[in-house]
Design a protein around this ligand. Structure first.
Ligand SMILES: Cc1cc2nc3c(=O)[nH]c(=O)nc-3n(C[C@H](O)[C@H](O)[C@H](O)COP(=O)(O)OP(=O)(O)OC[C@H]3O[C@@H](n4cnc5c(N)ncnc54)[C@H](O)[C@@H]3O)c2cc1C
Length: 300
């Protein structure tokens, strides 16, 4: 549904103004809720359990300078179909910072780690073949099938948990190599033959996915998102969206207040919370928090 239309509907359904509202959590959902509720004329307070604002949006900066390098520890890609997120990127004046998110599979010079050794992505499948031999060098299959299988394994190894890596290897050995051999794989290799378009392969061959183990099939579903060509990012870090939202709301944001109970009464809501004290040694913190919990706060 169009974001603006959805917000108009909310406005119509909530004509009453001036309510006092407490939002639990200063992640992006809590901040957007505060922003919209304030626009509707309500008074908002945000309680955040951790010492940090942003939740699972977390840009780590290596230094304090403006152009210091950074890494995203949480959300980093915005699929171009995520209209609601893009609505707020636009609303917060960050549209001009939107740029293509280059996935590790599109950047052939990206580094990857194979058992503690660092290789460039483009070299990984060949190295894989040399190291693991077996099905990846089995001459009963064409060179194209073997290289394609090595690419599949490389991609799965790069972004999947350990059990899926073993699952793919087992499936390849038992029947997927035969399946690959039957397919026309040439169309999925890049012109120089050194890269594959896994997106197109998975989309075009539902039969291949159907023959994979259930977990692997689900993982290939994720890969359609992970390797999509139309992912966007906010240049300079996703956290900018968080900080622009923080600047746009009047709401006070109370960090270190972890909500422990919510009781809905007839005309109000009661909340209990723990005041987390982070400036004292960890072994004392537990004691302190337990002590405080006996006097836990109460908001009406
Ligand atoms: C590693 C990683 C990568 C990701 N990559 C992407 C991506 O590329 N693209 C994408 O769209 N999404 C991605 N996501 C998902 C995205 O980050 C989340 O969907 C989104 O940030 C969730 O926002 P939220 O506000 O709903 O929840 P959160 O960000 O989890 O915020 C909830 C907040 O509530 C606080 N809280 C919890 N309990 C209490 C309590 N009892 N009292 C008070 N406060 C409390 C938490 O401390 C937290 O700050 C990724 C997530 C992770 C972890």
């Amino acid at each position: 549904m169009d974001t603006k239309f959805m917000l108009d509907m909310c406005q119509l359904a909530n004509a009453e103004k001036g309510k006092k509202i407490t939002i639990l959590g200063a992640g992006i959902a809590g901040l957007v809720a505060a922003y919209e509720l304030e626009k509707m004329g309500h008074e908002v307070t945000i309680m955040e359990g951790s010492p940090r604002i942003g939740g699972r949006v977390w840009t780590h900066r290596f230094g304090n300078e403006k152009d210091a390098p950074y890494a995203e520890l949480g959300a980093m890609r915005i699929p171009s179909s995520h209209n609601h997120t893009l609505h707020y990127v636009n609303e917060m004046g960050l549209s001009d910072k939107l740029c293509k998110f280059v996935t590790v599979f599109e950047e052939q010079n990206a580094f990857m780690n194979i058992e503690g050794n660092i290789f460039r992505m483009k070299d990984a499948p060949r190295i894989f073949q040399e190291r693991y031999q077996g099905i990846y060098t089995d001459t009963r299959y064409s060179e194209q099938t073997r290289l394609f299988a090595a690419w599949l394994q490389t991609i799965v190894n790069t972004i999947s948990p350990g059990n899926l890596r073993e699952s793919l290897e087992k499936d390849l050995r038992s029947h997927l190599m035969d399946e690959l051999e039957r397919l026309d794989l040439g169309v999925y290799f890049s012109e120089d033959g050194e890269n594959i378009d896994l997106q197109a392969f998975i989309q075009d061959n539902p039969g291949f996915r159907a023959r994979c183990s259930k977990a692997l099939d689900m993982f290939f579903g994720d890969i359609l998102v992970e390797t999509s060509h139309d992912l966007l990012q906010i240049q300079g870090g996703m956290e900018q969206l968080i900080w622009r939202l923080v600047e746009s709301v009047k709401a006070e944001i109370h960090c270190n207040q972890q909500v422990t109970a919510i009781r809905v009464k007839e005309n109000f809501v009661e909340i209990d919370w723990l005041e987390m004290v982070s400036c004292i040694p960890a072994f004392l913190t537990t004691f302190f928090v337990r002590f405080l919990s006996l006097y836990c706060g109460r908001w009406n």
